[in-house]
Design a binder for this molecule. Structure first.
Ligand code: 13P
Length: 277
């Protein structure tokens, strides 16, 4: 099934799909083992820096081969694409879905580049996510004035024809210094006047109940990156600290397991329907 249809299905069921970033074979494997075990679909996300690290061809092939090997229903998604050119390169490489992030550009310019990607993606039958409002990236301070306006969200969706919208409601990428405060009323207002799936960026470190409430109020895709990196590196450091083993095939699996366990928990949490929670 195409990711577009799957997102609408999840939206109708009042649950969310987990969109997990991967960085190497080990993190990919942890994510796919979790999805396989739960028999849940997953979106595999690559940021531009991960694409630079792995190489576009290797990254794409790794994800495709992984989905097949672990028998998981999944889609490959470009996370925070910074230009139509980057989105096009990923579409050509076979991505199912791309994000064009013009959120830090003026409203008109965000519309212009997003429309361009929507037109391009239509040729590939691919899904397009865009962002409106300010969701702090790593190293950026949060700013409540940057929250998504419901009316602007409506106008932006009508003007661009996107498939999914990332909203700024108080989440941020990376570690939170203190418990995040989500503007859930705003989320409800955005959900009330829009009909496409809404995306929550900055999924790491959000308390379970808060995440469920966001899903209840209209979030259909939850992005998770920092928690996976952290789980992987913490466990890897722990293993390396306690052994002189140089066979990486014996040391990495414990870190992979840490990612797997984290993803199992998050996936169970976001993919439950409201009745199951
Ligand atoms: P975190 O790194 O905070 O989990 O955010 C992930 C994300 O939103 C990727 O776009």
């Amino acid at each position: 099934m195409k990711i577009k249809q799957r997102l609408y299905q999840f939206k109708a069921e009042g649950r969310a799909i987990l969109a997990a970033n991967f960085y190497n074979f080990e993190t990919l494997s942890g994510i796919l083992q979790a999805a396989h075990e739960l028999n849940e679909p997953v979106m595999l996300q690559l940021s531009e820096s991960s694409i630079r690290y792995l190489g576009l061809h290797v990254a794409t092939s790794l994800a495709r081969a992984g989905l097949e090997q672990y028998e998981v229903e999944g889609w490959l998604h470009l996370d925070h694409g910074s230009s139509p050119e980057m989105a096009e390169a990923c579409l050509k490489a076979g991505f199912d879905s791309v994000m064009i992030d013009g959120s830090e550009k003026p409203f008109g310019e965000n519309i212009r580049i997003t429309r361009k990607v929507v037109q391009m993606a239509a040729l590939y039958g691919a899904n397009v996510e865009a962002e409106l409002g300010f969701i702090p990236k790593l190293g950026q301070e949060s700013d409540n004035d940057g929250f998504t306006s419901p009316q602007q969200a409506f106008d932006f969706i009508s003007a661009t024809g996107i498939d999914a919208l990332a909203v700024a409601i108080g989440t941020a990428h990376g570690f939170y210094k203190e418990e995040p405060k989500l503007d859930l009323e705003r989320l409800s207002s955005i959900a009330a006047i829009t009909s496409i799936p809404l995306v929550l960026h900055g999924g790491s470190g959000i308390p379970d109940k808060m995440l469920r409430e966001a899903i209840k109020r209209g979030i259909t895709k939850v992005n998770l990156a920092t928690d996976s990196k952290n789980a992987f590196m913490k466990e890897l450091k722990n293993v390396l600290y306690n052994t002189d083993e140089i066979d990486l095939r014996k040391t990495f699996p414990r870190a992979t397991d840490a990612v797997k366990n984290l993803i199992i928990n998050k996936m169970q949490l976001v993919s439950m329907t409201q009745l199951e929670f």
